[in-house]
Design a protein around this ligand. Structure first.
Ligand code: ADP
Length: 467
């Protein structure tokens, strides 16, 4: 699946969820708002109707009292109750406007009330006594009450059905909210699961593989999992690793064949020089010594090349035996002591032998390489210190010079094949294989080789070996 598809799919899913949520929220709040208004309107109608009932009774009583003893104060009350009735009727007019059925009730009530008022307020123009008029008006009011009661009953019914509807709407909204919450959680879980399995995990694996590769395990390959884009990166990484592997193999086999072809003529030259040195005059001996030294250097170089090709091809074979490291270091220093007049060799070694189970020849190769380098890369001369200490379960030996040193950012690289520092590349001959071979040999002994260096002040190469 492509990242684009996943993004679109998740966005659409989240979009649908949010739109549904918003629409249903708006819808529910609108419905509830309408129903609440209607409920309050119905309530007002009921209370207006009840108010009307009371006002009618008060009005009838006031007319009766007024007709008994016409006093100003009674007239005021009579007018007040009359106004109450009219005001309640007007209120009802407004309240029932939106409801046809209530409107019908209201019209009947209004007509009857108006008839009542018209009749009742003509109390002076009739031959009936005040009490008879009161009784007749009371009958009229009783009839009116029946109408008002049915109006109230009708509205009571409406109120109940509205409350039921509001409850229903609330339950519906609760159900919908629960559904949306559950589906929201499920969607988020699906998206998180997708991100975890299709993006996070494959990326983590890829980064682990790249790290492993960077740390030297050139045989690791990335898994073909996750989104298409990650698969493409993983495939490209695998292709790149395969290409580099093939290139390196080609390089190594090329170097191996050249080194192999060089070895035989070099051996022949060495033997010839050796024979010549036994039978010549002093002047030629000096020239032969130079040729001898150069041939030895060349031989060592070819040896390094062959070693590297073998080591890189995983063919390093070590022959372990109990060896005295003190003697090994002493011999190495003696070998080089006379090779330079500007260097002063200092030995800091234990007095008694220190035995280590190791490959003597390979370890000598490492020590020789470190001493050769310390001479080569301190062209101004100085002190070269070879020291060794034995701890409980390990042996540490080091070679320190006062030479040109190494820049901090180059320290990590010098143990890789063909890597040389910028400062030495153009000034001092070398091909950058000694340290990489030394590292592999020491690692073959389950030990480690480290360097500490200060530019223009010198370097210390330290080897740690388990006893
Ligand atoms: P080579 O000496 O043939 O170039 P090495 O693998 O022995 O190969 O060393 C790799 C590089 O590390 C050297 O080219 C040099 O740049 C740097 N180096 C090694 N030893 C020293 C040292 N003692 N002082 C400064 N630089 C060193």
């Amino acid at each position: 699946m492509k990242l684009k598809t996943v993004t679109i799919f998740s966005s659409v899913l989240i979009g649908i969820l949010f739109s549904t949520l918003t629409i249903s929220y708006l819808n529910t709040s609108k419905v509830l708002d309408l129903q609440a208004r209607e409920l309050s309107n119905t309530e007002k109608q009921i209370s207006a109707a009840k108010g009307l009932k009371v006002a009618l009774l008060q009005h009838n009583r006031s007319v009766f009292l007024f007709s008994l003893n016409k006093k100003n104060i009674r007239l005021q009350k009579l007018n007040l109750y009359h106004d109450h009735i009219i005001s309640f009727l007007d209120d009802l007019d407004i309240l029932v406007a939106a409801n046809k059925e209530s409107k019908k009730f209201q019209e009947q009530i209004r007509n009857k009330i108006l008839t009542y008022i018209e009749k009742r307020e003509q109390f002076g123009n009739t031959s009936l006594s005040a009490i008879e008029q009161y009784n007749s008006a009371s009958k009229h009011i009783d009839e009116l009450d029946l109408h008002i009661d049915s109006f109230v009953k009708h509205n009571d019914g409406r109120m109940k059905s509205l409350i039921a509807k509001i409850d229903e709407e609330k339950n519906r909204a609760d159900g919908l909210a629960l559904f949306l919450l559950t589906s929201g959680l499920v969607t988020i879980l699906i998206i998180l699961f997708g991100i975890f399995t299709m993006i996070y995990k494959p990326l983590l694996n890829l980064s682990k593989i790249i790290n492993e590769y960077k740390n030297g395990n050139v045989n690791v390959r990335a898994n073909n999992s996750g989104l298409n884009e990650i698969k493409v990166v993983a495939n490209n990484f695998n292709l790149m690793a395969e290409n580099l592997k093939r290139q390196k193999e080609d390089q190594l086999s090329f170097i191996a064949s050249i080194a192999h072809d060089l070895r035989n003529p070099l051996n022949a030259i060495s033997i010839a020089i050796h024979l010549l040195m036994q039978d010549t005059d002093v002047k030629n001996i000096e020239i032969l010594k130079i040729i001898h030294k150069q041939t030895n250097d060349l031989n060592r170089l070819v040896g390094d090349l062959l070693d590297t090709t073998r080591i890189e091809a995983g063919q390093l074979e070590l022959e372990f035996s109990d060896t005295d490291i003190v003697t090994l270091l002493q011999n190495a220093v003696e070998l080089f002591r006379n090779s330079s007049e500007i260097h002063n060799f200092v030995l800091k070694l234990p007095k008694s032998p220190v035995i280590c189970h190791c490959d003597e020849v390979r370890l000598s190769q490492v020590i020789n390489n470190l001493i050769t380098n310390s001479i080569k890369y301190s062209p101004a001369g100085g002190c070269i210190t070879v020291s060794m200490v034995k701890e409980e379960d390990r042996i540490l030996f080091s070679v320190t010079d006062q030479g040109m040193g190494i820049e901090p950012n180059e320290l990590e690289n010098i143990f890789n094949p063909f890597q040389r520092t910028k400062a030495t590349k153009s000034t001092i001959p070398g091909i950058g294989l000694g340290l990489s071979a030394s590292k592999k040999i020491i690692e073959g002994h389950k030990g480690k080789i480290e360097v500490q260096s200060i530019l223009n002040q010198g370097s210390t190469f330290q080897v740690t070996l388990p006893v």
